[in-house]
Design a protein around this ligand. Structure first.
Ligand code: FES
Ligand code: FES
Length: 178
């Protein structure tokens, strides 16, 4: 049997205290200090060390997009990113999007448009959509489909996801003009 420790390394081969790394992240507006093995991914740091399990682990190989979070405003696959590489970064996860009294417009749009089934891909879809909007390269349905193509939905909710993203884009553009 392959025994592994909490960071995914073979049991008994864990780093000594002197080999562990201290990392500081600002996560959803709050500074968090971590003491991690050097090979810890940002995804595992969020889920296993900070208890932020909204970000999902699908493939763990950069192929499904379910682990998408925003780092310094840009969307990334957190399973492909070592947390030590992001020391000092600003990280936004699905838990950081809602306001005190209401959901983020993108979250609300996913509800309004019935844009999920099992919901496993949804946090990554929402973070990816927000990163895409910030990139400013998606101005049509085809462009949204293309720019969101790294986010796989195994339930096939794509039609409603597109509809939700279009709704939220419209609302966010309207708010920005006010
Ligand atoms: S879990 Fe990261 S891309 Fe699939
Ligand atoms: S809603 Fe189930 S994977 Fe997308």
């Amino acid at each position: 049997m392959d025994h592994r420790n909490e960071d995914g390394a073979p049991a008994g081969a864990g780093p000594s205290a002197s080999e562990r790394c201290s990392v500081v992240l600002r996560v959803n507006g709050v500074e968090r200090q971590l003491d991690v093995a050097p090979w810890t991914t940002l995804l595992d740091a969020l889920r296993e060390h900070l208890d932020l399990t909204g970000t999902k682990k699908g493939c763990d190989h950069g192929q499904c997009g379910s682990c998408t979070v925003l780092v310094d405003g840009r969307r990334i696959n957190s399973c492909l990113t070592l947390v030590v590489m992001k020391d000092g970064a600003e990280v936004t996860t699905i838990e950081g999007l809602a306001g005190p009294d209401e959901l983020h417009p993108m979250q609300q749009a996913f509800l309004d448009r019935d844009a999920y089934q099992c919901g496993y891909c949804t946090p990554g879809q929402i973070c990816s959509a927000l990163g895409m909007i910030a990139e400013g390269r998606a101005r049509s349905a085809d462009e949204i489909r293309e720019q969101m193509s790294g986010n796989i939905c195994r339930c096939g909710a794509y039609v409603n996801i597109l509809s939700a993203v279009e709704q939220a884009m419209g609302e966010m553009a309207g708010e920005a003009r006010r």
